[in-house]
Design a protein. Structure first.
Length: 211
């Protein structure tokens, strides 16, 4: 009985935490980081502001948690251990591997893109370190992925692993996705098709597209 009650309390606490993060994400995207108060987040979620402070302590720490959940998903799994990434690494065909990477990355970018203006607004503040650190991890991850892709098929003439890493970092970045999908109105599928074509053409050459 005690274990059941303990599990029940933990589940309720986890559900409350998820709701607070959802409320913070929505308000950050709608109003920006500075304009959003802890009181407004608590009111949106219907909890006492003391509960919000007890759970996250500061608004900067809350932003960190929102960013982690936005990038890593509900189960907080690093991209390198997510199913799409493992599938891409295991896929021997270069074209198919890029398709998997683009589609998998798009699930993350769909969540992150609305937050881009939030991080721009705090770029000079301590809160901006959340995004800068995330971008550094993303660059390192794409470097590893570039090496994996480079082992699947010959690279196009003049292409290097460094350049592959750069292409992945920029074309599969939240700002590029936001420009096409959020600001210019492309559908997620249109963005994915164009990005896949551009990456395969530049990394491996047009022959891989036309086979």
């Amino acid at each position: 009985m005690t274990t059941v009650k303990k599990n029940s309390r933990q589940e309720r606490a986890a559900a409350t935490r998820r709701r607070m993060l959802d409320a913070a994400y929505d308000l950050f995207c709608e109003q920006g980081f500075r304009a959003t108060t802890m009181e407004a987040i608590a009111e949106r979620d219907g909890v006492a502001v003391q509960t919000l402070y007890f759970t996250f302590h500061t608004k900067d720490a809350l932003l960190q948690e929102v960013h982690n959940r936005t990038v890593l998903g509900e189960d907080i799994t690093p991209p390198a251990r997510q199913e799409w990434h493992l599938e891409a690494v295991a896929e021997p065909d270069g074209l198919r591997a890029v398709q998997i990477v683009v589609r998998g990355t798009s699930t993350i970018l769909q969540r992150v893109a609305p937050m881009v203006p939030v991080f721009h607004s705090v770029s000079a503040d301590s809160a901006g370190e959340v995004y800068r650190h995330g971008e550094q991890l993303r660059r390192e991850g794409f470097r590893v992925l570039a090496e994996e892709l480079g082992a699947k098929a010959p690279l196009a003439p003049g292409m290097t692993i460094d350049r592959v890493s750069d292409l992945l970092f920029v074309l599969l970045g939240p700002e590029t996705y936001r420009s096409f999908v959020v600001e210019l109105g492309w559908s997620r599928d249109e963005w994915a098709d164009w990005t896949t074509h551009a990456l395969v053409r530049d990394i491996f050459g047009p022959d891989l597209l036309n086979r």
